[in-house]
Design a protein around this ligand. Structure first.
Ligand code: PEP
Length: 269
């Protein structure tokens, strides 16, 4: 028996050499309506979300077309659902016909925007630098941003997926040091709207590579930045990504217009 009062007794000491805390990142689901919908259908989709049993710990952001942002803000009654633009310009106002102002988005009550969606990178030919400028300006005005990145099929076949993602991210980290208002959406272009989602394993590997790259460029913030997967996510395949530690949620296109969007939001339950 150990005599605790004896002079010979020395209590054990523990040296904590290094403690690594893993930050829990909130599960995040974005819905990109793209250029779809009418007053009536956007209202119906949001009313569907209003009446759904949404988990209180899932952050949901929906991006209807710009003309319906004000309507979406008015109809939305869920405190965990926020409204996002799909694009903004890098100036507040002025002679920029047809562009969308971050300040006007905020004025309507929306609080997010997407930047760098592949449809804008490829169809509208937006450059990495322009997307970075828009991201910076949106954040300076008070919006949070879902920054979309991802490689084309040719780039994937050439084995340069991570180089492409790194290049797209570097344009942003060059001019933005605080990433607390940025969520990254990794959306391989070949998976968007094709029904051909990346496998959960492939997505995890790329997300891990993206986080490792961010660790080099933005340091410890890389642990808290949410990285979403996007590309043909639906109610059926969403639960398959459940145990992928670097997949913090989804950016959903087509399925965000359907009732199965609720299943995606509930996929981690
Ligand atoms: C998107 O548009 O961001 C997207 C991921 O589309 P889908 O889910 O339809 O592939």
């Amino acid at each position: 028996m150990v005599d605790l009062l004896s002079a010979d007794f020395a209590p054990p000491t523990f040296q904590l050499k290094s403690i690594h805390f893993t930050m829990a990142r909130q599960f995040f689901v974005g819905g990109n309506f793209k250029m779809n919908g009418t007053k009536d259908s956007v209202t119906k989709i949001i009313e569907g979300l209003n009446s759904a049993d949404l988990p209180s710990n899932v952050q949901v952001v929906i991006a209807p077309p710009a003309p319906y942002l004000g309507l979406a803000v008015e109809v939305n009654k869920q405190s965990t659902v926020a409204i996002s633009a799909q694009n903004v310009y890098d100036k507040a106002s002025g002679a920029y016909t047809g562009e969308i102002s971050a300040n006007q988005v905020l004025d309507l009550g929306a609080t997010w925007t997407l930047t760098g969606h592949s449809e804008r990178r490829t169809l509208i030919k937006e450059s990495d630098e322009f997307i970075a400028e828009k991201t910076k300006f949106a954040i300076e005005q008070g919006l949070s941003v879902i920054l979309c990145i991802g490689e084309t099929l040719e780039e994937r076949k050439a084995g340069i997926t991570l180089d492409v993602c790194a290049r797209q991210l570097d344009a942003v980290s060059k001019i933005i040091s605080d990433w607390s208002k940025i969520v990254v959406a990794y959306e391989p272009v070949w998976a968007i709207g094709t029904g051909l989602a990346a496998t959960p394993e492939d997505a995890q590997e790329t997300h891990k590579g993206i986080r490792a790259h961010l660790a080099k460029t933005i340091g410890e913030q890389s642990e808290t930045v949410q990285i979403l997967y996007g590309g043909s996510v639906n109610g059926k395949n969403a639960p398959e990504f459940k145990d992928k530690v670097d997949v913090d949620g989804f950016l959903v296109g087509g399925a965000s217009l359907k009732p199965e969007f609720v299943d995606i939001i509930r996929s981690r339950l």
